[in-house]
Write a protein that binds this ligand. Sequence first.
Ligand SMILES: Cc1cn([C@H]2C[C@H](O)[C@@H](COP(=O)(O)OP(=O)(O)O[C@H]3O[C@@H](C)C(=O)[C@@H](O)[C@H]3O)O2)c(=O)[nH]c1=O
Length: 173
Amino acid sequence: MKKLDSFPGGAFLFESHHFEDERGIFLKVFNTDNSFLNDYTVRQINYVTSVEKHTLRGLHYQRDTNAESKIFRVISGAAQVAFVDVRTDSPTYLQASTVVLDNPKRAVAIPRGFATGYLTLTAHTVMLYLADNDYNVGAEAGLLWNDPKLNINWQIKNPILSEKDKGWSIVSN
Ligand SMILES: Cc1cn([C@H]2C[C@H](O)[C@@H](COP(=O)(O)OP(=O)(O)O[C@H]3O[C@@H](C)C(=O)[C@@H](O)[C@H]3O)O2)c(=O)[nH]c1=O
């Protein structure tokens, strides 16, 4: 596993260990024999398809002890992943970053205390992501994808959104 890039607040992009031969690719989607993820505990693995290009999911996080660290990987297609530091005591509070994933060999690991979202850049995008905490609907929180305060450099301005994701509030001053 090779670290490729790092982002404010502790997120990082990495390439997973893989083997290629004439049959295809053998890729380790998750393993702990490396210095980056050796104390990561997988609690959930989610497989998510989005039919339409330009579907945007997010920005989501779980509050307090329900916070999750997530590792996103696009299995098929491409997506722009965005992540925003929502830790009020962090020097990078409300700072947002984005990264495009378009190769299953690459994944982005995002620490607890970030709101996450992604915009599909192809039809039939398949996302596989890990979480190190359990889903708790009561702890769910979100930010509005285009909140001017976050200034996220999304690739498009009129995505397809769920009703829930249209309704998040903007961050107050
Ligand atoms: C996220 C999640 C959803 N669900 C259910 C709730 C709902 O009925 C259905 C779809 O949920 P949502 O509309 O919230 O799915 P979605 O908008 O894809 O939510 C996801 O978005 C990305 C960006 C994230 O960062 C994830 O953590 C997650 O919040 O699945 C679970 O049962 N467990 C889970 O862990």
